[in-house]
Design a protein around this ligand. Sequence first.
Ligand SMILES: [Zn+2]
Length: 413
Amino acid sequence: MNTKTAFDLIFRNTRTRSSATPVDIGVAGGRIAAIAPRLVCEAAEIDVGGRLALPGFVDTHIHLDKACLLGRCRHDHGNVNEAIAAVAAMKRDFTVEDVYARGARVIERAIVHGTTRMRTHVEIDPRIALRGFEAIKALKRDYVWALDLSICVFPQEGLTNDPGAEELLIAALRDGGEAIGGCPYMDTDPNAHLEKIFDLAQEFDVDVDLHLDFDLDPSWWHLEEVCRQTERRNYQGRVAIGHATKLSALPPERLKAAAVRLAKSGVAVTVLPATDLYLMARDATHNAPRGLTVAHKLVENGVLCSVATNNVLNPFTPFGDASLLRMANFYANIAHAAVDEFDVCLDLVTDLPARLMNLRDYGISVGNPADIIVLDTDSGRGAIAELPDVLMGFKSGRQTFERQRPMLFPPKS
Ligand SMILES: [Zn+2]
């Protein structure tokens, strides 16, 4: 076979998660054209030096529109309701330019930390109207060279109790909304909220990604109603629930039963470690519960799960660098993941969220876009354990960033 001029770019000496020995990855026309040891070609070359290549991280749940608000309000919020109220008060004054600037700051951090796909939740209600949505659409367009941004529109402050919100949601779904979210715990009629969200999802043929069951009281939940709606509408594989911290308060046998229910109805779970840890159990004086649902255990029981960023530098989470590798390491540490579970922890920010978002072209496989990041480690387990630098990234075969390795300056002897 004559492969001498078949590639535009070739990654030499690359470890992937599916190859035990280093391989070369050939790129042509922005797509992965070949994966094999020692490809013969005359293309531009990058010697990866045996390091790990991944197809980029996938963040299924982030709020770009309310990121980077530290300093605009007091930060004495004790729970999720106070955080929501703090942002509600601020967002009346959000402009398109303001949301764009804050969102761009987070997107650029995410890009240099290796994220190549992202679903952002965008608040739609009479206070912000479509200003946040317009800014996010502009960000999607302006950063397409580095990251695929998918837009999930949702009513953060309720739906049936918030006149005007439904009309705005419909306008957003007509004009670029790619998924619909919901927040039934903020609605005076949670079941009617869910019914309406699923109605709109079906009407516009979009996936559903909800905020759900965000406290530590397992005596009641909306999970069952979501599973019921999913099955009734034949929406298996198209529904995700974020937080689901109530599951962290269940004993093992009840958690197992919930996992079976979720798996059977095809409802995915997104765990948001930074926010869940920050907002749960703040009233505990000692032995505070972690308030974090163990996603890797749910995965064992057939539930599709992801770990994601959620909030960055705002009343919900006054931390954040948009690094999903750091979040996966953080998750593994808090969730008591065993070393042989580190690979699943990496799956939680790569392959599994890609499935959650129903991405059909993700992964280092021939025919997919050449979305490739290189980590300064040689294995998936090392990626979680060592928290290595992400050294470079490519989107559709074009380089999007590079990180210089640190240099030591030992004294001359
Ligand atoms: Zn969220």
